[in-house]
Design a binder for this molecule. Structure first.
Ligand code: GLA
Length: 722
């Protein structure tokens, strides 16, 4: 999988090649990342001759070369991946090749979440570069997996000298996109805000910098730690796309530079604003992992490659192939207003409807009857839960349901016993009064006492053995950060807590959350196999949120609930069936009071769960495709998910607004076997795969507002064909 050929180091993935070259003067150059090339004996791409003046000491003008991990300021005046202060002065780094090694498997990154081999053959290349004059050593690690087109990269920077060093930038990855030209390339990012997370943003690159990032102390509602470059003509099923995703939940930055010669440099990693890291002699800093992905089959190809990779190498494997329980969450149906009797009434009805897990959301602890108090006081409110958490869990279990509970471990309200006893637990700049967000403060997870407190209360909560699920929330951004590098230290603390608790309770399903989807990233997915996608549960708004999220994150990672109407975020009324159909393209659940549903609706819930159970294996493992994008102008969205063996395809079509005299919507499927005969479950009609893909079918979505159709195409067995 990794081949050494003269000065070339060649990483061969499932369908991609990633090629590096060690220059005669010792620089590590990037040659290629793209569709798989054969290994051969001649130089892949001789460097383009340069006729202009160079100031490079070795007659190598690095600005004119593609580099793997450049530094600004010596012989390259483009933005670099690493910046170091030595004795308070900017180090003019000239990093040169020292050694490399190739090993089987995938090493973990100390203190940080990262991808795992999980039984799949993979190899890791580690190249060491060094600048002996400054005492800086950089180890670049690349893992290539047999089953994937994703390359996992990160860097380790070591103080190999005698003096103190300070890192002021340490990106995970820098990629000179050799196959792309700036003037022909678009950048795609996932932008948003609370209740409108991960909407697609696409713009043309230009000479200069296009950048996204977040400094709010979490991967963020605003800009997700993901970016893609694609050809101007790339669509969902055509063209090249190159993605970069961080396995990280803190501050991040993605920078795309286009230089005067139309060359593209993509660099990403921890946001260097407010970042600094001191390295004493012998100390090493490890960057988060970056997952690079290349597709020549359009954006769907990139999405599918990321989905496959995250499922196989990021998500906790114990939840990969098991059914996720269909849950009912108390938040939108009861908010803070509940007691044991009310909970049990909903749980009884839920059980009768086929729901499997009851989740008690916010409001069960301390004196919490609204959001002004008690975060940090993690003991049950005796008025609401007279038999405690364990007692309630037991009663829920006795009804035949699993029990889950909400926590927000990283926070405390100033009005809490915790902060009365430990006023120094939260982050505070001390120069000004504390900044509150949703009436709460962020605890300082760099403080080992805080880490211990959180670990202990979670352990006490879970030790009753009756809790099957935890919803881990985080409902405000960080402010008052005064120490450079603090946010990264915070995440080292958080990852330690998450690692310890999920290891101790491996069967408990954790769902991440941050004011909806404010921390939806591959770092969190290493611990939480699912994340609450957004607090906006309106089925129509969810079309964009879920489609944007699915650009790189698998459907099974997206918590998606059927909620009551009028919807609590936009006051829209949509058909019950559409709410269920859209939620079916995620990890399915309910967030409404089933006890208040009509008998007819209760029967519908049963049918919805049964339908979901049928398609769930595809949602968990299948190939997702966007047939009509929710972001395109128009009124119509269509998605498809297909089993790997191409024998089953589920198609969802949603009309947003009805319009008079509208043309019929023709939907063309993708990725089927052209010669196979498929039966559409709804109509019983037969179609060959080629007809469905090249000619399409008419889904006959009712011509009313917000109507939808969820249908399935199943390949006839050969028996039936004859
Ligand atoms: C956040 C979450 C919601 C809910 C509330 C509880 O907003 O996103 O789902 O848990 O907190 O306060």
């Amino acid at each position: 999988m990794i081949v050494e050929q003269g000065r070339y180091l060649i990483l061969q993935g499932k369908g991609i090649s990633y090629i590096l070259r060690i220059h005669e003067q010792g620089y590590l150059l990037h040659v290629y990342y793209g569709r798989k090339l054969r290994e051969n004996d001649f130089p892949y791409f001789p460097s383009a001759p340069r006729s202009f003046y160079t100031f490079a000491p070795d007659q190598v003008f690095l600005e004119g070369e593609s580099q793997e991990y450049p530094a600004f300021g010596y012989n390259d005046l483009k933005e670099g991946a690493v910046e170091v202060l030595a004795d308070g002065k900017i180090a003019a780094l000239s990093l040169k090749y020292k050694s490399h090694e190739i090993s089987d498997g995938k090493p973990a990154i100390d203190g940080l979440p990262s991808s795992k081999a999980n039984g799949v053959a993979c190899q890791t290349l580690a190249v060491t570069l060094s600048d002996d004059a400054y005492g800086v050593e950089v180890r670049l690690l690349y893992t290539v997996f047999e089953d994937s087109d994703v390359i996992a990269r990160h860097a380790e920077i070591r103080n190999s000298g005698k003096g103190a060093l300070r890192l002021t930038r340490a990106f995970s990855c820098c990629l000179d996109a050799t196959g792309m030209r700036g003037s022909e390339t678009d950048m795609i990012s996932l932008r948003g805000a609370w209740a409108k997370e991960r909407n697609l943003e696409r713009h043309s690159l230009f000479q200069g910098v296009s950048e996204i990032g977040n400094r709010t102390g979490e991967s963020g509602h605003y800009l997700n730690p993901f970016a893609a470059l694609c050809g101007r003509a790339t669509t969902s099923d055509y063209g090249d796309a190159l993605g970069a995703m961080l396995v990280y939940s803190g501050n991040h930055r993605f920078r795309v530079d286009v230089d005067a010669y139309d060359n593209i440099r993509l660099a990403c990693g921890i946001h260097d604003g407010g970042f600094a890291w001191d390295l004493a002699p012998g100390e090493t800093f490890r960057t988060p992992e970056c997952l690079l992905c290349f597709s020549w089959q359009g954006l769907d190809g990139m999405s599918q490659a990321y989905h496959d990779f995250l499922r196989a190498h990021i998500l906790p494997q114990r939840f990969r192939s098991s059914f996720r329980p269909v849950l009912i969450n108390s938040w939108e149906s009861m908010y803070f207003d509940f007691d044991e009797e009310k909970i049990l009434e909903v749980a009884r009805q839920a059980k009768q409807s086929g729901i499997e897990l009851f989740v008690l959301d916010d409001g069960w602890f301390g004196k919490r009857n609204d959001d002004t108090t008690s975060l940090g006081d993690w003991y049950p409110n005796p008025e609401k839960l007279p038999s405690g958490v364990a007692g309630l869990a037991e009663k829920i279990n006795a009804l035949g349901l699993k029990f889950g509970i909400w926590v927000e471990p990283e926070m405390a309200n100033p009005v809490s016993e915790l902060l009365k006893a430990h006023p120094d637990f939260p982050i505070a700049c001390k120069a000004h009064p504390p900044v509150l967000g949703r009436n709460q403060q962020v605890l300082d997870l760099t403080d080992p006492r805080v880490v211990e407190f959180i670990g202990k209360f979670l352990d006490e909560l879970l030790s009753c053995g009756k809790i099957s699920y935890i919803k881990w929330d985080m409902n405000r951004s960080m402010a008052e950060v005064t120490e450079p590098g603090f946010v990264h230290r915070y995440y080292l603390g958080l990852y330690k807590i998450l690692g310890d608790i999920t290891e101790k309770y491996p069967d408990v399903l954790f769902e991440g959350c941050s004011g909806g989807g404010g921390r939806f990233d591959a770092g969190m997915l290493c611990y939480h196999p699912q994340i609450w996608t957004s607090d906006d549960s309106d089925a129509i708004e969810r079309l964009r949120i879920q489609e944007g999220t699915a650009l790189c994150y698998p459907l099974s990672a997206m918590g998606a609930h059927v909620t009551a109407c009028p919807n609590h975020q936009v006051w829209r009324t949509t058909p019950f069936s559409t709410r269920a159909n859209v939620a079916s393209f995620g990890t399915f659940g309910y967030e409404l009071n089933v006890a208040r549903l009509s008998e007819e609706e209760k029967a519908e819930v049963k049918a919805q769960i049964a339908a979901y159970r049928k398609i769930e294996p595809l949602i968990r493992e299948g190939d997702f495709a966007v047939l009509h994008s929710a972001f395109a102008r128009g009124n119509f969205t269509a998605w498809q998910v297909t089993s790997k063996d191409k024998k089953r395809a589920v198609v969802l079509c949603v009309r947003t607004l009805a319009s008079a005299n509208a043309a019929g919507e023709r939907v063309r499927l993708r990725g089927l076997n052209p010669d196979a005969l498929y039966t559409e479950a709804r109509s019983g009609r037969n179609y060959y795969g080629d007809e469905l893909m090249y000619r399409g079918f008419f889904p006959s979505v009712p011509s009313t507002d917000f109507a939808s159709v969820l249908t399935e195409f199943v390949e006839e067995s050969e028996e039936t064909n004859r």
